[in-house]
Design a protein around this ligand. Structure first.
Ligand SMILES: *[C@@H]1O[C@H](CO)[C@@H](O)[C@H](O)[C@H]1NC(C)=O
Length: 410
């Protein structure tokens, strides 16, 4: 469907031959920059951990703190561009947060919207889930290569269980069965991250997948209850049998490079501020290789309810093992938390190590010619055909909801 804005855009394109249709994707370690050669963090032959340590050792405290939110500003001194962590990709690339995708005045102005997850989930077809995620990550690389995306960290899949329709977001999930969700999570993450269907891991991340919302998050707003204050009371057995398997599969079978902690509390404890949960369980026991993001403003909303002061919330999150604050809370309050000795610079460095390791695994510090995922690769994907397949599966099972038109992005 072409809307008014796009018609306007078309006219502008016709009559503005100077309008740039594409630009260079944001990247670091440009070989045409003479200082690049001196940076250890630009040496692609070294292990990522070494490169990350070198990069962090060059950053000032102020620069470090600036990187703690989802909208991470450029550090021109080191040749580092803006990075936006928040891009939605539940069933197609979509707008998120401070706008990681630039649709207007650009060559590509839409992405494929696949059917809602609840219906593709009902196909019970892991190949379809994998192929949809694979197409989404290819579109993301195509849009990125065209200079229209400021990030490659996609915040999907949503693998919270659909148990209670009052949640209102059940359509974002594949269903209510833990085993089914685990399978979906694994295949979707493999497709997004560029791994093989069977689980063979690619050398680099095609895009980074994020399983959310970790965990027991299935209440948004119902009468007087709100996700910001809701305390999910969950028994240890239900946790193990019901809520955790999809996240464990995400990490262990899918090798997801991100988990997102939610707003709600679990048995009185805020997961985004829980060291046992984020560090001991997800990172150490399950072996999460990546970063933990907070849901958007989940750190800020702790204040007054769960943490006494803004610095208390900052300390809780960083000490727990949260690495990217979706929001601005840590960017605003980390300096004063440091001043009050409630956190250390090492807490910040830990978060940055996890962040920059993912950015490097995405190839964003490998200079332009090294990019493994080219725009032409993006064009070879038969996305409209795939979306028709997805539609057919959905219709064949009598699960019609809104008809999503197959659309190409170019
Ligand atoms: C807030 O931080 C202070 C200073 O570190 C600490 O004494 C207090 O226990 C914290 N309170 C909460 C609720 O986090």
């Amino acid at each position: 469907m072409r809307n008014h804005g796009e018609n306007l855009l078309f006219s502008l394109l016709l009559f503005s031959p100077l309008l740039a249709l594409s630009s260079v994707p944001p990247h670091s370690c440009d070989p045409s920059n003479p200082t690049t050669k001196t940076y250890t963090f630009c040496k692609t032959t070294l292990p990522i951990a070494k490169r990350v340590d070198d990069l962090i050792s060059r950053m000032t405290l102020e620069e470090k703190i600036s990187q703690l939110g989802d909208d991470s500003p450029a550090i021109p001194r080191l040749g580092i561009p803006v990075f936006k962590w928040w891009t939605e990709a539940l069933h197609g690339l979509a707008y998120g947060g401070t706008g990681s995708i630039h649709w207007s005045f650009s060559a590509i102005f839409k992405a494929t919207s696949f059917p809602q997850v609840i219906v593709t989930g009902a196909s019970f077809n892991p190949h379809l889930w994998y192929k949809i995620a694979q197409a989404i990550s290819t579109e993301a690389r195509g849009i990125f290569n065209n200079g229209q995306l400021d990030g490659l960290t996609l915040w999907g899949p949503n693998v919270n269980l659909y148990r209670d329709p009052r949640w209102g977001r059940g359509h974002e999930t594949p269903g209510e069965d833990p085993l089914h969700l685990s399978k979906y999570a694994t295949m979707y993450v493999r497709g997004l991250q560029g791994d093989s269907y069977e689980g063979g891991q690619a050398k680099a991340l095609k895009t980074s997948a994020c399983c959310k919302h970790f965990t027991a998050y299935d209440l948004e707003k119902w009468e007087t209850a709100s996700r910001f204050t809701f305390d999910a009371v969950v028994t240890a057995q239900d946790m193990e049998d019901t809520f955790q398997p999809p996240f464990k599969s995400c990490v262990q079978d899918g090798h997801a490079s991100c988990l997102m902690c939610p707003f709600n509390r679990i048995n009185g404890v805020a997961p985004c501020g829980d060291h046992n949960f984020l560090t001991k369980l997800a990172k150490e026991q399950w072996g999460l290789d990546g970063y933990i993001a907070s849901d958007c403003d989940a750190i800020g909303v702790m204040v007054g309810m769960y943490a006494r002061t803004p610095e208390n919330a900052t300390a809780l999150a960083l000490k727990a093992g949260m690495d990217v604050d979706c929001g601005t809370h840590l960017q605003k309050h980390s300096a004063s938390a440091l001043g009050k000795k409630m956190i250390t610079e090492e807490d910040i460095d830990r978060a940055l190590r996890n962040q920059f390791a993912v950015r490097m695994r995405l190839g964003l510090f490998d200079a332009l010619p090294e990019f493994r995922f080219t725009a032409s690769q993006h064009q070879r994907v038969r996305v409209p055909q795939l979306n028709r397949d997805a539609e057919r599966e959905k219709c064949a099972r009598g699960l019609l909801n809104r008809v999503v038109r197959p659309t190409d992005i170019s």
